[in-house]
Design a protein around this ligand. Structure first.
Ligand code: SAM
Length: 347
């Protein structure tokens, strides 16, 4: 596929984006474009769950049919029509089952559309999960995709760094940092054992592709309430027992609940002031601003603990202009840079 509009559409489709940017109907009408659509979108395994295929193919067929002037000349291809027929025979899940089901989502990196075989990260997750207690880490959230966009366009922030990710959920950000952004080491953590288990599977799933076989990434349970430096030292040590000189903390959508925000700020203080201050450590935390109050509670909790918070100057392209890591921004998303207060900044 060479046409940038088709490549864009394909990348969104592989990520199972709900509001796709469909190419112009006149382009879709071309027989060889329909052949490509069948081959790349619908033929064979790993092309998305039946319900998603059905929804997209139905929209494609309706778009094409609308621009057919002469049915003797133009048509929807037999392959596409037959595939629609096949999909219609498959049983449909109720919406609640669909929302909790996990799928393999293919995140294609936001390389230029002309790039041949751009790298892809495969993540098993429940992409339609709305939000629910202990399962909140089983899907990748918009703030994470926003931070991946930022780091992908600023790889110097990650290159050579030893990183701790807090509340890493599916592990997408950690996998990107370890596999494509040249991090020295990534300790990808989450507070819930079942979330860490699924993160480990995601790491394993990318082991022979974006990640190098020589592993520079590990997944461990780290609850933000466990802020005893001795316990932390054990948790953050890598396989051979060494404690890396951590110099970057990452987190996406981890400041969403006022109940956990003080605990999180305290953990940041222990990591950034008590344990790794000599490494010039900083934290980059992205947050969806669903509620300004929670964010200011977090900022205040950091300031009280001698941590300075500034907002990173970054505007992510709109979903139509994104080339990968697609996400809508129903609420604004910000990235905070957090540093230990220096003597100068105290004065
Ligand atoms: C909204 S999800 C964000 C997941 C991922 N960072 C992303 O953006 O896709 C919040 C994550 O924080 C984790 N979390 C919540 N409370 C925690 C705590 N006290 N300690 C460690 N992790 C916690 C959850 O398990 C979940 O994975």
């Amino acid at each position: 596929m060479d046409d940038p509009q088709l490549v864009h559409f394909y990348r969104q489709y592989m990520q199972q984006v709900q509001n796709l940017s469909f190419p112009p109907a006149k382009l879709l009408l071309e027989p060889d474009v329909q052949d490509q659509l069948y081959k790349h979108f619908f033929d064979g395994p790993l092309k998305g769950p039946a319900a998603y295929q059905r929804k997209v193919l139905k929209q494609l067929i309706s778009l094409i049919e609308r621009v057919i002037d002469d049915p003797d000349e133009d048509a929807v291809s037999d392959q596409l029509m037959e595939h629609m027929g096949y999909l219609s025979t498959l049983p449909k899940d109720d919406p609640a089952t669909e929302a909790s089901q996990t799928q393999i989502i293919t995140y294609i990196l936001p390389e230029p559309f002309e790039a041949r075989n751009p790298p892809r990260i495969l993540i098993e997750e429940a992409p339609n999960l709305l939000a629910a207690g202990s399962n909140v880490g089983l899907r990748t959230w918009e703030a994470s995709l926003y931070l991946t966009q930022y780091l992908h366009s600023n790889p110097n922030l990650v290159s050579g760094k030893s990183i701790i990710e807090l509340g890493a959920g599916t592990g997408l950000l950690s996998i990107l940092a370890a596999g494509r952004l040249n991090a020295a080491h990534v300790m990808s953590t989450d507070g819930l054992p079942h979330v860490v288990e699924s993160m480990e599977k995601n790491i394993h799933r990318n082991q022979r592709t974006v990640l190098q076989p020589s592993t520079n990434i590990e997944a461990k349970v780290l609850d933000w309430a466990d802020d005893d430096p001795d316990v932390l030292e054990d948790t953050l040590s890598i396989r051979n027992g060494d404690l890396p000189n951590y110099n970057l903390i990452l987190g996406a959508d981890i400041t969403y609940s006022p109940d956990v925000v003080p605990v999180l700020a305290r953990l940041l203080m222990v990591l950034m002031i008590d344990m790794f201050a000599d490494n010039g450590i900083e934290a980059l935390i992205s947050a969806t601003v669903r509620n300004e109050k929670t964010l200011s509670v977090f900022r205040d909790a950091c300031v009280e603990r001698e941590l300075d918070v500034t907002e990173v100057d970054f505007t992510c392209p709109s979903v139509k202009e994104q080339r990968g890591f697609f996400h809508e921004q129903a609420f604004p998303i910000v990235i905070m840079r957090i540093r230990a207060r220096t003597k100068d900044s105290k004065d």
